[in-house]
Design a protein around this ligand. Structure first.
Ligand code: C2E
Ligand code: MG
Ligand code: MG
Ligand code: MG
Length: 289
């Protein structure tokens, strides 16, 4: 059925495909098609990474980048990870895809490290990938194939991995032995308990962008940010704010003790060529761990 949809879409011009599936009311067809195509997409080199700079807010020096995957689908154009990562998770294709992402980010990080660029690479890891029995081996392999100090690789996981707290703790301990850094992404949107969080070997907490966006307009969001920063300090986690879009938001964060961040105010995710231009031009790195 998806093949027929594809055929009709091709016939009527590529740009009409989305319209066509919507007309049919069959978003399911699009999902089915993406799931079906995901299997070959790695072999067909349809994925690529973009890199969003992470900065020390007070100096605006870059100290790292976050790798964000994109899928250049031959018919549908660039597809957002927000759409295809959940599909890859459902079908377990996230495991080979996530491995490719880690290897790609690892290779890139090695090139930059060897060129004297001192920025840390962070890679997003989905819950299913994290819980895969070979995950720690994959990280180990990436580190041994690309010789850079392990603290130059960070893994961003979400609070959802804490649903299986016993297993997650063991995996995190293994990862910490390898020397990589761990962040909790989208913090504040999940349901992790503070007592659990305090026992985990975590380095960074990323304040979810929904709080950051409203931090200067909504007093509740503002006090949530303050509370998260306070908690982070007490539990010895470093704080990172994501989704900084305005100068006022950056100022609010600095005033309240959050000194790292990323967001459109500084830079959107960049292509490899763009980020390299920035990194090679701007030879001052924030000297923070
Ligand atoms: P995330 O890890 O929380 O990444 C932040 C998302 O916010 C990215 O969207 C980024 O482009 C976007 N963003 C950054 N700054 C701003 C800003 O100032 N304002 C706004 N409105 N958005 C901003 P993106 O690239 O579409 O990724 C969405 C999500 O997809 C990610 O959220 C992450 O959960 C997932 N994802 C992306 N790449 C990967 C990957 O390689 N592996 C896995 N497992 N998940 C990934
Ligand atoms: Mg992330
Ligand atoms: Mg996030
Ligand atoms: Mg997110």
């Amino acid at each position: 059925k998806a093949d027929i949809a594809m055929y009709l879409a091709k016939k009527s011009g590529k740009n009409n495909f989305k319209f066509y599936v919507h007309e049919q009311g069959s978003l399911l067809d699009r999902k089915f098609m993406l799931e079906h195509n995901l299997k070959q997409a790695i072999d067909h080199h349809e994925f690529y990474l973009e890199y969003q700079p992470k900065l020390e807010l007070q100096t605006e020096h870059i100290y790292g980048v976050e790798a964000l995957v994109r899928w250049k689908h031959p018919e549908l154009g660039v597809i957002s990870p927000a759409e295809f990562i959940p599909i890859a998770e459902e079908s377990s294709l996230i495991v080979p895809l996530g491995k490719w992402i880690l290897q790609e980010a690892g290779k890139q990080n090695k090139k930059w490290y060897d060129a004297g660029i001192r920025v840390k690479m962070a890679v997003n890891v989905s819950a299913k990938q994290f819980e895969d029995p070979h995950f720690v081996d994959t990280v180990h392999q990436v580190l041994s194939e690309n010789q850079f100090p392990p603290q130059y690789l960070g893994l961003e996981i979400t609070e959802s991995v804490m649903q299986n707290i016993h297993q997650s703790t063991l995996i995190l301990q293994e990862l910490k032995k390898l020397g990589v850094k761990i962040s909790i992404d989208d913090f504040g949107t999940g349901y992790s308990s503070l007592s659990v969080l305090s026992k985990l070997p975590i380095d960074f907490i990323k304040i979810d962008q929904s709080f950051v966006h409203e931090s200067t307009t909504n007093p509740i969001a503002a006090s949530l940010v303050k509370t998260i920063v306070e908690m982070g300090k007490n539990l010895h986690f470093e704080l990172i704010a994501e989704g900084i879009e305005k100068k006022e938001q950056a100022e609010f964060l600095i005033e309240n003790g959050c000194y790292r961040g990323q967001g459109y105010f500084y830079s959107p995710p960049l292509s490899l060529a763009e980020v390299e231009l920035l990194l090679y031009k701007n030879q001052i790195w924030a000297s923070i761990e």
